[in-house]
Ligand binder design. Structure first.
Ligand code: HEC
Length: 244
């Protein structure tokens, strides 16, 4: 008897058994009704606030086209927020690889006798009578017939690229004008737009002979904008030469 632990034994067989192991267990601890700790509330608020700021800064204004290089317009139209414009040369390179590389090659050297080079081509960087307007025109409507490039004559046909948007044509031209050692000023989407509008009815590919009859227009270095902006009221088509 004495060997037992007294507290664990029913004392005298009476009904209330305060020392019964089951009864000695307290009720299951419960947190259900406990209030959320104050520090947790603060922490959650801070995280939500921080997340909100990150979204505002990095969401690109929730524009669907922000990450789509082929849709994006960086010419300064519409668009809210300080979205940095994508680099036309990066977009231009991609467009070149998609559309031009098969003929003009990644080296820009073309294929002798078939596809003329873009590297150091007077058509690309400008030459005696070849202007930036001529370059944009042949991209928009294509080119066919005999053409001299760097002293060699080619007589073939290039399809038009009018399905590309103004920004895309501007980007691919800006790319070929600054790649392979070429160093001509960028072509802006506004300039492409102007040339496109002035030649809206031109569907057949241009020939060198025809183009030669059109006055040369060179985009001034630095500004990268269409030359000779009209003094008084801005009229978009006035900078373009008359359609042929
Ligand atoms: C199917 C082949 C083909 C593709 C694709 C092509 N070109 Fe051409 N390109 C030609 C040919 C051929 C000529 C010369 C046309 C002629 O003989 O009158 C030419 C001429 C040119 C010229 C003027 C001549 C020169 O060499 O500088 C430029 C600039 C040019 N292409 C740029 C481009 C760009 C930019 C692209 C892509 C958007 C492109 N081409 C896609 C075949 C192609």
């Amino acid at each position: 008897m004495t060997s037992h632990t007294p507290s664990n034994e029913p004392q005298n067989g009476k009904s209330p058994e305060p020392n019964d192991p089951v009864l000695r267990e307290g009720p299951e601890p419960s947190e259900k009704g406990a209030p959320v700790p104050f520090w947790l509330t603060i922490l959650a608020s801070v995280i939500i606030f921080w997340a909100g700021i990150q979204l505002a800064l990095n969401s690109g204004g929730f524009r669907a086209d922000v990450y789509n290089p082929s849709l994006v317009s960086w010419s300064g139209g519409g668009g809210g927020g300080p979205v940095a414009p994508p680099d036309p040369k990066v977009i231009g390179k991609r467009l070149y690889n998609q559309n031009c590389i098969v003929c003009h090659q990644s080296s820009g050297m073309g294929v002798a006798g078939q596809f003329p080079p873009l590297l150091a081509s007077e058509w690309v960087v400008g030459g005696d009578w070849v202007g930036d307007n001529h370059l944009v025109k042949i991209l928009l409507a294509g080119m066919q017939g005999p053409v001299q490039v760097k002293g060699s004559t080619y007589n073939n046909a290039m399809p038009p690229w009018s399905q590309l948007k103004d920004e895309q044509i501007a980007a691919v031209l800006t790319y070929i004008r600054s790649e392979w050692g070429n160093a001509a000023v960028p072509i802006t989407a506004d300039y492409v737009k102007t040339i496109r509008a002035a030649n809206a009815d031109r569907k057949e590919p241009w020939s060198q002979k025809e183009l030669k009859a059109i006055p040369t227009e060179i985009i001034s270095a630095g500004a990268g904008a269409p030359p000779a902006p009209p003094a008084a009221p801005p009229s978009p088509a006035s900078a373009a030469p008359p359609a042929a």
